[in-house]
Design a protein around this ligand. Structure first.
Ligand code: MN
Length: 296
């Protein structure tokens, strides 16, 4: 574990996640504190900061320490701000109103440069329930057999977000997700081919980058064959020893690595409002094992 002098770091589980203390994000951070937050993010993949009462501008300024902000074509914006999104379920709404509530997933893998991380803050949350759970995708990969690792190392995946609006329209109104209604993305930007194993651009560590959200097939495989392997990989991400779980409170802020973890909201509450607002930081084009070798 790196040494921390400016911040306190309390790991949430043996797999990932840490609660960070001693930081007020409404003020500019000094270089050393910023470096320690980045080190904690790299080490733990999910960092949790409590009691961060921020304006949207302060939220965005902190997010930009991680990289450039990106819009998303599908996620509803917050308060008309195209650089912020919201996850909102009103007290009288069913769980299906928020996307991907049922599976561990990564956000927007269909984009050419899927998000590096999400910076999310709670405005309203249930008194209990409504946690977010995370699964460490490095550990999923590292615990596969050598034979299966070799197989997935060579695979690529077609991810597509092209048909989600049409699919949503075909559902009865009470089953529909809340999606963004208009966006400026081209059709081409809604479909990408990415490696099934993603390599960290600085450390070279490998992780599974395959999950059911927006998944179409492995390149060169039928959809049926693809589904069989994907189901197995997805089942591995469910293992409790890869997880951490965060309980939200008002003004809890979480930054999670969307490249090397999967996440899901736990919708085990009813009759209460849950309202989370977020920015999305653009990631690099995903590197696979072959790209990493070529880069030397
Ligand atoms: Mn999500």
């Amino acid at each position: 574990m790196p040494a921390f002098r400016r911040i306190t770091v309390d790991p949430l589980s043996g797999a990932c996640g840490a609660e960070i203390g001693g930081v007020d994000l409404s003020r500019p951070l000094d270089t050393e504190t910023t470096a320690e937050i980045m080190a904690a993010f790299q080490q733990f993949l999910v960092i949790v900061l409590r009691n961060q009462d921020l304006t949207p501008d302060q939220h965005k300024a902190f997010s930009r320490l991680f990289g450039e902000l990106t819009e998303l074509p599908q996620a509803p914006t917050y308060n008309g701000d195209r650089e912020m999104q919201e996850v909102r379920r009103e007290a009288d709404e069913p769980v299906n109103v928020v996307p991907s509530f049922e599976h561990f997933h990564t956000d927007s893998p269909f984009l050419p440069q899927p998000p590096k991380c999400i910076v999310m803050r709670a405005l309203d949350c249930p008194q209990w329930g409504g946690d977010t759970a995370f699964s460490n995708a490095y550990l999923v990969y590292e615990n596969l057999s050598e034979g299966l690792r070799t197989l997935v190392d060579g695979l690529q995946i077609v991810y597509s977000g092209k048909d989600i609006w049409r699919k949503n329209e075909s559902l009865p109104p009470e089953k529909r997700l809340r999606l963004r209604e208009t966006h400026g993305f081209s059709e081409d930007q809604l479909e990408s081919i990415h490696p099934a194993v993603r390599v960290h651009p600085e450390t070279g560590r490998r992780a599974i980058f395959a999950n059911t959200a927006y998944f179409k097939r492995f390149v060169g495989w039928t959809e049926e064959e693809s589904r069989a392997l994907l189901d197995y990989l997805q089942s591995q991400a469910q293992q409790l020893h890869y997880h951490c779980r965060v309980k939200w409170q008002r003004d809890t802020l979480i930054v999670w690595d969307n490249r090397f973890t999967l996440h899901r909201g736990v919708h085990d509450f009813i009759y209460e409002r849950r309202h989370l607002i977020r920015t999305t930081v653009m990631g690099e084009r995903p590197l696979g094992p072959a790209d990493w070798k070529r880069a030397g």
